[in-house]
Structures are given as structure tokens and as C-alpha cells.
Design a binder for this molecule. Structure first.
Ligand code: F6P
Length: 322
């Protein structure tokens, strides 16, 4: 039987475009004749009944803003069997038979557990890191890429003026996608990612020397957060080459700002798809993007899929950026 009353929540780190996904879930649900609740502060709101009933106007004017209008949180209490049972009981009390969770892998584990307690639950991938194996794209990724690119372009202006080297750290704890793609977009001399171990002499110093021999006088090195030691790396480069080197950690600036067109559109399509599944009585699925298609996978299978690193892009980056 299809869901009649659904709830939507955002969980884990926020990502630009989450609001477009929330809006899509609310408006699709209402248009299907469902009752729709917005849950405040992720699974915490579900545990404590912090919900508000949504109407068509509840989600007006949110799509163009970064962050999440439903707020977000990480909930240690929900991550226990008792917590999941309590959240499911709260759903039953409110008559909620379907939940859409917008977030990352951690949030999907919660979605799977909630389905196990009899509440149909669907995950929508929302994280700037693009680190979810089952999908080619996560909501927020494109905005974060564009922000990082713009920031590094600015860093390049001053790096060039001073004939310096800049080491710039971008987000990505376990995944080098932001680093790799911004590295290509800004022409970074070297991009270091957590998926590929690097050799300081060969991948950093030798490339600087080679570029130097062709007349280059300023250097941008992009490092994914998961590689770490950004300040230390900058100091080593300066010591080894004599080139004045600065480190910049872009940090949470990458998580904010108005979502790009791509993030708004993909989030809208994914939100719609999630509610369609619930309407058909289907739960325990993750919405995903394969090529330009919106598809879905079993959550347990999705969580077990290995992530495939884009080796080709890594090669492209090494050849072009010299
Ligand atoms: O949103 C993903 C991410 O940005 C990671 O790249 C980063 O390590 C993490 O979130 C930091 O999140 P927070 O500061 O909210 O714990």
C-alpha cells in the first residue's frame, strides 16, 4: 500500500540544493494527496516529535538559498537500536508511514534501520563530497566545485603576483572528487587525493622543477582534506625549492552559498522520484543518478557498493596541468 502521510528531513553535513530537494518532496507529496511533515534537525526531530505540517507555501523562497531550511544535526541517540525504535514509534503516533532522508551514507544507514522498523524510508544523496558509491552525483557537489574554483582563481591572482606556490586544501574526507575536478578547472600543477598515495619528491617537487624549467613562476597545488598535512606540505615545499609557499584551507566556505542550476534541478528530480517510490509503497531505496537518469537502489546494496575512482580524470589532470 502506498504511503499516505510522509515526512522529510535533512541529516548530516548540509549541502547547497538540499532546500530544492525538500521543496520537491513537499510539493510532490501534497500533489499526490499525501499529508507531509517537515522534520526539524534531522533524526533528532523525529525522536523528539519536532515536526511541522507543510503546505504548498511552507517551501516558498527556499530553493535559491544554501543550507537547509529544516536544519540538520548528527544524532548519536538515533544511532542505537532503542533510538530507531523510538523514532519509529513517533512516526506511528503521528500517522507517518513514509520518510525521505536527504543526506549522506551515515544518514542512509538510519534510513535502512527505520525501514526495518516498518516505516518506508527513502534516501536522497545530499553531500558536497560526491562520495556515495551508488550515484554519479550528490546534491551540493556542483555548487561546492564552483565555489572552490572561484576561490582558487582568486588565490591564483595573488600567487602569480608574488611568484609563489600556493597549496590549497579543499573538502573531501574520503573522496578526492572535489580536489580532482577543481584541480583540472584551475590548472593545478599537482592534485593530491586520498585514493592515490603520493610521493613528495616525484609528484610535487619534480613537477615544480619541470614546470620551472619551462618558464613557469607560480604554482597551485590542490590537496583533498583526506590527504591532510596541508600546512606541513607547504613548509616542506618552501624548504626544498626556496619558493615562497602559502597554505590555504578553504573549509566550510564550500558548504554554503546559492545552489547552482544543476544542484537545484537534480535535487528537484530526486525529491520527486523519492515520493513516487513511497506512493507505490516502496521503501528501503536510495535515489541515485546514473548518467543523466534518475534511478534507485536497495539501501543495503548501495551501502556495500565500492566507490570507483576516476583514474582517467587523474591522468588528464596530470597531463594538462604543467
Ligand atoms: O559535507 C561533507 C564534509 O564537508 C566533509 O568533506 C568534511 O570533512 C565534513 O563534512 C565536515 O563536516 P562538519 O564540520 O560539519 O563536521
Amino acid at each position: 500500500m502506498g504511503a499516505k502521510c510522509i515526512a522529510v528531513l535533512t541529516s548530516g553535513g548540509d549541502a547547497p540544493g538540499m532546500n530544492a530537494a525538500v521543496r520537491a518532496v513537499v510539493r510532490t507529496g501534497l500533489s499526490f494527496g499525501m499529508k507531509v511533515y517537515g522534520v526539524m534537525r534531522g533524526y533528532n526531530g523525529l525522536l523528539h516529535g519536532d515536526l511541522k505540517e507543510m503546505n504548498m507555501r511552507s517551501v516558498s523562497d527556499i530553493m535559491q538559498h544554501g543550507g537547509t531550511a529544516l536544519f540538520t544535526a548528527r544524532s548519536p541517540e538515533f544511532n542505537t537500536p532503542e533510538g530507531v525504535k523510538k523514532a519509529a514509534a513517533m512516526c506511528r503516533e503521528k500517522g507517518i508511514d513514509g520518510v525521505v532522508v536527504i543526506g549522506g551514507d551515515g544518514s542512509f544507514r538510519g534510513a535502512r534501520d527505520l525501514t526495518g522498523e516498518g516505516i518506508l524510508t527513502i534516501g536522497v544523496p545530499g553531500t558536497i563530497d560526491n562520495d556515495i558509491a551508488c550515484t554519479d552525483y550528490t546534491v551540493g557537489y556542483d555548487t561546492a566545485l564552483n565555489t572552490a574554483m572561484e576561490m582558487i582563481d582568486r588565490i591564483r591572482d595573488t600567487t602569480e603576483s608574488h611568484d609563489r606556490c600556493s597549496v590549497v586544501e579543499v573538502m573531501g574526507r574520503r573522496c578526492g572528487d572535489i580536489a580532482l575536478n577543481t584541480g583540472v578547472a584551475v590548472g593545478a600543477l599537482t592534485t593530491l587525493v586520498p585514493e592515490i598515495p603520493y610521493d613528495f619528491q616525484k609528484d610535487v617537487i619534480d613537477r615544480i622543477r619541470l614546470a620551472q624549467s619551462t618558464g613557469k613562476r607560480h604554482y597551485i597545488i590542490v590537496v583533498a582534506e583526506g590527504v591532510g598535512h596541508t600546512q606541513e606540505l607547504a613548509e616542506r615545499i618552501q624548504k626544498e625549492t626556496g619558493i615562497e609557499t602559502r597554505a590555504t584551507i578553504l573549509g566550510h566556505v564550500q558548504r554554503g552559498g546559492a545552489p547552482t542550476l544543476r544542484d537545484r534541478v537534480v535535487a528537484s528530480r530526486m525529491g520527486y522520484h523519492a515520493v513516487e517510490l513511497l506512493q507505490n509503497g516502496i521503501g528501503n531505496r536510495v535515489v541515485a543518478m546514473k548518467g543523466e537518469e534518475i534511478v534507485d537502489f536497495d539501501i543495503t546494496e548501495a551501502l556495500e557498493m565500492p566507490r570507483v575512482f576516476d583514474e582517467k580524470m587523474y591522468k588528464v589532470s596530470a597531463v594538462l596541468s604543467i
